[in-house]
Design a protein around this ligand. Structure first.
Ligand SMILES: C[S@@+](CC[C@H](N)C(=O)[O-])C[C@H]1O[C@@H](n2cnc3c(N)ncnc32)[C@H](O)[C@@H]1O
Length: 535
C-alpha cells in the first residue's frame, strides 16, 4: 500500500550560504537564512528590497496588497515558487508529468503507465513533480492501458490534495485561498462540470483505492473546493510551445484585479514567478494585476469577471464610458430614426457599471437598447473571428475594415484586432512585401501602428499584459519606417526611431518562454538591431 508520508518535504535555502534555511525574513518572508548571523550580514543589501507591500483586507475585495513604500518600475517586488502547479484543471494540454514537455507517443512511466517524454525523465521520481502522484496513479494501471485513460484535469487537484501529507504549510496556504464555494453549489453548471470531469473520476478511479485514512481530507467537497481555488486563484503559465500549465502562488494570488494593472509578472524556467511594478507605484497604492483580457470591452470584461471570479469590477476604466478616452467599445451613432445625416457622435453605455445599461450617443439623443448593442457586437465578432482564422487577402481585409468602421469606432476592439492582423500582412503577404507597397499603403501601416500603440499605452501602460501585441506593433512600425528610409526619405529621426523601436521590442520580450512566438520575434529583432547598427 502507498505510504504518502514517506515522500520528503522541500527545504528552503539560505541566500548567503545556500545551506538549509529554517528562518525567513520577518518583514517580507521572501528571503531565507540558516541563522541570525547570515540574516544580519545580508540586511545591508536586503533592506532596500524588503517589504515592498503589506497585506490588508476590506469587505469588498477581501485580502489585497498595498505598497509599503514608493516602488519603481525595475525592482522585483515578489519572487516566489508555486505551492502547487501542473496541467490545467480545465482544457489541459497533455504533457510529460515529469518535465511538462510534450509526451513521446509510446513512452510511459514505468510505474503508473502515464505518457512521458522518456521513462528516464528525472521529474518522474521527483516528489515535487510526478513522484508523489505516481504512487496514487499506479493504483489504477489498468485505466492507463485504455486509450482515453489519462484525464489530465485531475493531476493538479491531486497534487494539491497530496500536500496535506507532504507539506502541511503549503496545504494550509492552498486551503485558505478563496474558493467562492457558496456561489458554486450543487445545482450550478460549474459544479456539474467539475463533478463530471474531475471529482468523480479522481475519487472513483484512484482515491477510493487508497488505504483508509491515507489522505484525511479527500471528500468530494474538498476536491470541489480545490477546483474553486484553482479557478479563482490559479495563474496560467505558458511553458513554451503551446503548453499551458496552472499554478498557485502563496502571495501573488493576493493581488487584486484592475483592468489597468500596475504590476507585471513573468516566470523563470522552474516556474518561479517574479512580480515587478509595471509603472511607478506610490506608497499606499494597491498592487494590481488583470484577471481578464485587457483588449476586451467593459461589458465582456465585467461579464467574464463576474462569471469566473465572482465580483463586479468597479475600476476607473470600467466606470468610464469612454474607457479612458480609448473608445474601445464605442459604436458609431446612426442618429435618430428617420435622420439622414450622421451626428458624428459615438454610442456608449449610459452607465457602464449597470449590467444591462442602454447605450446613448455622446452628441445626439439617439439611444440603443443593451440587446441591440450587444447583438451588433456579437454578430461582428463572428465575422472578425473568421477573418482572423482565414487570413484572406489584404484587399479583402481592407474591405472588411471599411465595413466595420461604418458601424464601430475605429478604436473598437473588433477594428483593433483586424488592424493588428493587417499590419502583419502588409509587408509580408505575397504581392504585398514592403517593396511592393505604395507610399499610401506604407503610410497607412505606419498610422495604424502608431494608433494601436497609443491605445496599448493607455490600457497597459507598463506593457504587462499586451507585451506581444505591443512588440509586434513596434517591430512592424520599425519595418515600415525602414522601408520609407530605403525609398530615399532620408531622416536621422526615422533611423533613430526605428532603432529605438527594435530595442524596445527586444526589451519587452525579454522574459518570453523559449519556443514561443514572443521569443521567436525577439530573436528576429536582435538580428534586425544588428543590421540597423551596421547601417
Ligand atoms: C485571486 S483572489 C484575490 C485574493 C482574495 N481577495 C482573498 O482574500 O483571498 C480573487 C478574489 O478576490 C476578490 N477581488 C479581487 N479583485 C477584486 C476587485 N477589484 N474588486 C472586488 N473583488 C476583488 C474577488 O472575490 C476575487 O474572486
Amino acid at each position: 500500500m502507498v505510504n504518502l508520508t514517506e515522500i520528503t518535504d522541500e527545504s528552503t535555502i539560505c541566500i548567503v550560504c545556500k545551506s538549509y534555511a529554517p528562518h525567513s525574513c520577518g518583514g517580507c518572508k521572501q528571503v531565507h537564512y540558516c541563522n541570525k548571523l547570515h540574516q544580519k550580514e545580508h540586511w545591508k543589501q536586503h533592506k532596500s528590497e524588503c517589504r515592498a507591500f503589506e497585506v490588508k483586507s476590506n469587505e469588498e475585495v477581501g485580502r489585497y496588497l498595498v505598497a509599503s513604500r514608493d516602488l519603481n518600475g525595475g525592482e522585483k517586488i515578489l519572487v516566489e515558487n508555486p505551492v502547487a502547479f501542473g496541467p490545467k484543471h480545465v482544457d489541459p494540454t497533455p504533457v510529460c508529468l515529469g518535465c511538462y514537455k510534450p509526451p513521446h507517443s509510446v513512452a510511459r512511466c514505468l510505474k503508473c503507465f502515464w505518457p512521458v517524454c522518456d521513462p528516464k525523465c528525472p521529474g518522474l521520481t521527483d516528489p515535487n513533480h510526478h513522484g508523489a502522484e505516481c504512487l496514487v496513479l499506479s493504483l489504477n494501471r489498468c485505466l492507463a492501458l485504455q486509450p482515453s485513460g489519462f484525464r489530465y484535469e485531475i493531476i493538479t487537484p491531486l497534487r494539491c490534495l497530496l500536500l496535506q501529507k507532504r507539506n502541511k504549510k503549503k496545504w494550509q496556504q492552498i486551503i485558505n485561498m478563496e474558493a467562492h464555494t457558496n456561489k458554486r453549489g450543487v445545482s450550478t453548471d460549474v459544479y456539474k462540470f467539475f463533478e463530471e470531469r474531475v471529482v468523480s473520476h479522481l475519487t472513483d478511479q484512484y482515491l477510493s483505492k487508497l488505504e483508509e485514512g491515507a489522505l484525511p481530507h479527500c471528500s468530494k467537497d474538498v476536491i470541489h473546493r480545490i477546483c474553486g481555488i484553482l479557478d479563482v486563484n490559479g495563474v496560467e503559465i505558458m511553458a513554451g510551445g503551446d503548453i499551458e500549465l496552472i499554478a498557485l502562488y502563496p502571495t501573488m494570488y493576493l493581488m487584486e484585479h484592475n483592468c489597468v494593472p500596475n504590476t507585471a509578472y513573468y516566470f523563470d524556467p522552474d516556474f518561479r514567478v517574479v512580480v515587478k511594478p509595471s509603472i511607478k507605484i506610490s506608497k499606499g497604492e494597491h498592487l494590481s494585476t488583470t484577471y481578464t483580457h485587457v483588449l476586451w470591452g467593459t461589458d465582456n470584461r465585467r461579464e467574464h469577471l463576474k462569471e469566473n471570479k465572482y465580483f463586479s469590477c468597479k475600476c476607473t476604466r470600467c466606470k468610464d464610458r469612454t474607457e479612458l478616452g480609448t473608445y474601445i467599445s464605442a459604436l458609431k451613432c446612426h442618429g435618430l430614426p428617420g435622420q439622414s445625416e450622421f451626428c458624428g457622435g459615438w454610442q456608449l453605455p449610459e452607465d457602464p457599471l449597470h449590467e444591462k445599461s442602454n447605450w446613448t450617443c455622446d452628441k445626439c439623443s439617439a439611444t440603443l437598447s443593451y440587446d441591440e448593442a450587444k447583438n451588433l457586437v456579437n454578430m461582428l465578432a463572428m465575422e472578425v473571428e473568421k477573418i482572423v482564422q482565414d487570413r484572406p487577402s489584404v484587399e479583402k481585409i481592407i474591405e472588411f475594415l471599411n465595413k466595420l468602421e461604418q458601424l464601430l469606432h475605429p478604436h473598437h476592439f473588433h477594428c483593433y484586432e483586424v488592424k493588428h492582423l493587417l499590419i502583419q500582412l502588409y509587408g509580408h503577404q505575397d504581392g504585398f512585401s514592403h517593396n511592393d507597397l505604395t507610399m499610401e499603403q506604407i503610410n497607412q501601416k505606419i498610422d495604424i501602428c502608431r494608433d494601436l500603440l497609443s491605445i496599448n499605452k493607455i490600457l497597459d501602460p507598463g506593457y504587462s499584459r499586451l507585451s506581444l501585441y505591443t512588440a509586434v506593433l513596434m517591430y512592424e512600425l520599425h519595418l515600415a519606417l525602414t522601408e520609407l528610409q530605403s525609398r530615399g526619405k532620408q531622416s536621422d529621426n526615422l533611423t533613430d526611431e526605428a532603432k529605438q523601436l527594435v530595442e524596445e521590442t527586444i526589451k519587452i520580450l525579454e522574459h518570453e518562454p523559449a519556443n514561443s512566438p514572443g521569443s521567436e520575434l525577439r530573436t528576429i529583432a536582435i538580428i534586425s538591431l544588428d543590421k540597423l547598427k551596421k547601417v
